[in-house]
Design a binder for this molecule. Sequence first.
Ligand code: ATP
Ligand code: MG
Length: 354
Amino acid sequence: MLPPGSTIGILGGGQLGRMLALAAAELGYRCHIFAPETDPPAADVSAAHTRADYADTAALSAFAQRVDVVTLEWENVPCAAVRQLAGQVAVHPGAQSLEVAQDRMAEKQSVEWLGGRCAPWAQVDSREALDGAIAQIGVPAILKTRRFGYDGKGQARLHTASDADAAWAAIGQQPAILEAMVDFAHEYSVILCRGADGTMVDWPVPVNLHKGGILATSSLPPPALVREQAPAAVALARTVAEKLGHVGVLTCEFFACRDGLRFNEMAPRVHNSGHWTIEGSETSQFENHVRAVAGLPLRPTALVNPRVTMTNLIGDDVADWPRLMSDPAAHVHLYGKGEARPGRKMGHVTRLGK
Ligand code: ATP
Ligand code: MG
């Protein structure tokens, strides 16, 4: 067990790092953020910030000397950086989790290999391959870059085969997959945490509503179809965590279809659909992630109220802060970001009970 007063290094400086640092502080740890941005939200609440590129090997080495363990809040940290750090200090989760989660194709192949079901998909490495994939998968479909997609970025929808040129151009002609459009009833996510000793806990499963490819709300209890599918989804996510030797929070997103569940994607980290756990669960995803990384036992995850809703504040939504701050039922979290650009996650609000 990492003694209180130790320093946890966090790769990435966004709101997830900020909430991890706050949870770490409660347990008596200090955090050191490694991120290339000038003024990252996580650095505001952390003991130290190294501002450097993930390819800067000298900066990584100096960072490793100043921290006792390393974790991450952004899964697109280059694996080379994680491997370099792992030569000097423990890194949780490790490169294996990152390698799979950074590549949509590896992600889907791994999950299918473990018996999970995804939307039908095909590999697309060229414009010609896209024609073949359309013939195989059909339309409507979504072309998704294999790497660096988030909040619906790096995706283009094809309504007919004649959309192929535009879609290929829209994703920047990168290695991709074509995925059949799924006619889902709901979306939900399994958030689990695996400790250093292999012990796992998972949280009650929220239903997630997206608008324009961006998460809008996560709420509990989920509809009956999701409740029926949750045990199988949790079992699959636990198997994935086990096989990856994952340590920390792992999130898997699913589609609830009338004919059963389909895996969508995973994130080897704390997740926006788990923010409600701060007030809605006995232990937040952030605290249990810190506990896992620090080698502490994990704490229970039961709901403290049967009804919980988390609403994201995206872009201009945050302008409503005076009303939200004055609402005694609203647990307001703002991320300290400057400009409220469209689509930017500025904060979230959690409400318990009716
Ligand atoms: P994030 O990182 O925000 O979770 P992302 O950009 O990595 O998102 P996805 O989760 O793959 O991308 O897609 C974003 C949203 O687009 C999904 O939550 C879902 O609402 C919709 N979507 C993605 N794939 C499909 C599909 N095959 N069929 C129907 N809808 C889909
Ligand atoms: Mg997603």
